[in-house]
Design a protein around this ligand. Structure first.
Ligand SMILES: *Cc1c(COP(=O)(O)O)cnc(C)c1O
Length: 429
């Protein structure tokens, strides 16, 4: 029996047996006991299943990961300590020094730095492309050593909607998996695997947790990419791992190869595990995700329409608006709504926008985005401040761009707050 998304949000990942706790238990333990040293040895050889050390796996984390895998329609998932760790592991699991990645340039600033600066230091080169470019132009970025393609379902903060089918077609033509960061859409509004993505990542810090309480990340595998089909291209998965006595992940774990390697090799060696306590909070968030996302979208639509119609607003990007450049993609990939995040600029430019933000009362200035509280950020002076104006524009971030993340308060109050802040800014406050 296949359950719908709301039921999965509440119940997937954990089914208590007789006398067990109805809510998911927190297993707050670093380690796990065995009867004999031989039993423990088998775990270290990946010959047997079981927990031995929370840096690699923990029962609470695994239940929450299983829920996220169910929500995305994947075969397996792992939790990480942050969204940054999720994107790093997702790529590093199949790329090494000498390899190359093709990525959309309109992505989260942290991921842009991870790919463009830190992966480069590890010897992995990235070519950033315009996701709205023609297939032929995007294909020109591929090289013989390209191992992955990357994009965000809804880009942060430019709110561009990824043409996932186009990206999947290009990635598969060039024999590499498509990795999609689905943070803003969440599986309630879009499940990238249904459009051909192979791996999905999340910053669970955003809507999944939803309350601004915990930093976390997740990687989900669709199980669809055939790693063995392309010879030694993905040799980390298809050839012996000497750190596990010559085990071959694809041979031993089949469709679970990618996530098993990420847990047993990357998590073992790099150790960005999510704390079980945080996984518990994340699960509380997931239990209402299907209720919160429609409310975020409903509020955001009202506010976007207000901004769209106000003569003091210079421009607004919100894909759900009928005349938005991303509207056709929104209709195709996120027909129930994108999310609560939009970007806009005020007439009066950068300085006026900053004054407007300083006058907001309910909507707070925070680095965060995509939780139940409404908030604003000016990327050019905050998250993206290390970028040049040229890089900002390439990344789809205008210097006057205000990122507004609409929460689940009452829309009328939020609109009134925006009105009074524009008026105060106009009065020179
Ligand atoms: C926030 C964010 C990240 C990074 O996640 P953290 O949990 O802050 O490490 C990655 N991708 C997107 C789209 C994000 O919004």
């Amino acid at each position: 029996m296949k359950n719908n998304i709301g039921t999965l949000c509440v119940q997937a990942g954990y089914t208590p047996k007789k006398g067990e706790s109805r809510q998911m238990p927190i297993v707050q333990s670093t380690t796990f006991k065995y009867e004999t040293s031989a039993q423990m040895g088998k775990l270290f050889d990946l010959e047997d299943e079981g927990y031995f050390y929370t840096r690699l796996q923990n029962p609470t984390n695994d239940k929450v990961a299983a829920k996220i895998a169910a929500l995305e329609g994947g075969v397996a998932a792992m939790l990480t300590s942050s969204g940054q760790a999720a994107n790093f592991y997702a790529i590093f699991n199949i790329c090494e020094a000498g390899d190359h990645v093709v990525a959309a340039q309109s992505i989260y600033g942290g991921t842009f730095n991870l790919l463009g600066t830190t992966l480069k230091k590890l010897g992995i080169e990235v070519t950033f492309i315009d996701q709205n470019d023609s297939e032929a132009n995007i294909e020109a970025a591929f090289k013989p050593n390209t191992k992955a393609m990357f994009g965000e379902t809804i880009s942060n903060p430019g709110v561009q909607v990824l043409d996932i089918e186009k990206f999947a077609r290009i990635a598969h033509k060039h024999e590499v998996p498509l990795i999609v960061d689905n943070t803003f859409a969440t599986p309630v509004n879009c499940r990238p695997f249904e459009f051909g993505a192979d791996i999905v990542t999340h910053s669970t810090t955003k809507y999944m947790d939803g309350h601004g309480a915990t930093v976390g990340g997740a990687i989900v595998d669709s199980g669809n990419f055939d790693w063995e089909k392309y010879g030694s291209k993905f040799h980390g998965l298809t050839e012996p791992d000497e750190s596990y006595h010559g085990l071959v992940y694809t041979k031993k774990f089949g469709k679970l190869a990618y996530i098993t390697k990420a847990t047993s090799q990357l998590m073992r060696d790099l150790g960005s595990i999510q704390a079980p306590q945080n996984a518990f909070y994340l699960n509380l968030g997931l239990q209402t995700l299907h209720l919160r996302m429609p409310r975020h979208c409903e509020n955001a639509r009202k506010i976007a329409q207000f901004l769209h119609d106000d003569p003091r607003v210079a421009w607004i990007n919100y894909p759900d608006l009928a005349d938005d450049s991303q509207h056709a993609l929104q209709q195709k990939y996120l027909p129930n709504g994108t999310c609560g995040v939009m970007a806009f600029g005020l007439k009066g430019g950068r300085e006026f926008s900053i004054r407007f933000m300083d006058n907001l009362k309910l909507i707070s200035i925070v680095t965060h985005v995509a939780d139940c509280h409404s908030c604003v950020l000016h990327p050019a002076s905050h998250t993206h401040r290390q970028m040049t104006d040229e890089q900002l524009i390439e990344a789809g971030v205008a210097p006057d761009l205000i990122r507004l993340s609409v929460g689940i308060e009452d829309a009328e109050d939020l609109i009134n707050d925006i009105k009074q802040a524009i008026e105060a800014a106009e009065a020179g406050k």
